[in-house]
Design a protein around this ligand. Structure first.
Ligand SMILES: Cc1cn([C@H]2C[C@H](O)[C@@H](COP(=O)(O)OP(=O)(O)O[C@H]3O[C@H](C)C(=O)[C@H](O)[C@H]3O)O2)c(=O)[nH]c1=O
Length: 177
């Protein structure tokens, strides 16, 4: 398992080898030793699955307000998604910058997002399933969001969403600080 840096501080691309044979494949999806070796303190306490029927379903951009901030490891376990990290940490050199990667069941890659970095994804296939590992339990009252097309960020999505929740469609313009 290898953690590769991305242009956003503390956002890591997590890659692992798939051991293939006539039955299929086997790959590690989280490893305390590999994360510790990369200097990343991440211990999951909750896992969730997001199932998405249609291509161009967009979820996000979401984060948890402090003190309920969460680190999360995001992986696509069926289909393909465009996964987006958006740095909302005012003290970060990457503040208001975004980074997108394609995650898929085939490439088996994952993105590790620290507290203060918002997350969203656009599905690129029907039946995309996204797995989350979080390091704190879910707190609905701490949920915050920003709009996918907010001009403050200029995120280049692969396509406009064809399916999006009313909440995600209607987040107000981002307010700095
Ligand atoms: C996030 C979450 C949701 N839920 C329940 C609450 C609702 O009844 C239902 C759907 O929740 P929501 O519409 O917030 O789901 P998403 O829009 O996919 O939210 C997620 O989407 C973006 C992209 C993320 O990165 C976050 O993990 C998360 O915010 O699942 C739970 O029970 N536990 C949870 O951790």
């Amino acid at each position: 398992m290898r953690l590769a840096p991305t242009p956003l501080p503390d956002v890591w691309l997590v890659e692992s080898q798939s051991h293939e044979d006539a039955r299929g494949g086997f790959r590690r999806s989280w490893c305390a030793a590999s994360f510790a070796a990369a200097g990343v303190d991440f211990t999951p306490v909750q896992a969730s699955l997001s199932t998405n029927t249609a291509p161009h379903t967009l979820r996000g951009l979401h984060w948890q307000a402090e003190p309920k901030g969460e680190q999360k490891l995001v992986r696509c376990v069926a289909g393909r998604i465009q996964d987006v990290a958006l740095d909302l940490r005012p003290e970060s050199p990457g503040y208001l910058r975004w980074h997108a990667v394609e995650l898929s069941a085939e490439n088996g890659a994952a993105l590790l997002l620290p507290r203060g970095v918002a997350h969203g994804f656009l599905t690129l296939t029907p039946g995309a399933v996204v797995e989350y590992l979080m390091d704190v339990p879910h707190s609905p009252e701490a949920a915050r969001g920003a709009r996918w097309d907010d001009p403050a960020f200029g995120i280049r999505w692969a396509a406009p969403p064809s399916v999006i929740s009313g909440r995600d469609r209607d987040w107000p313009d981002f307010v700095h600080g």
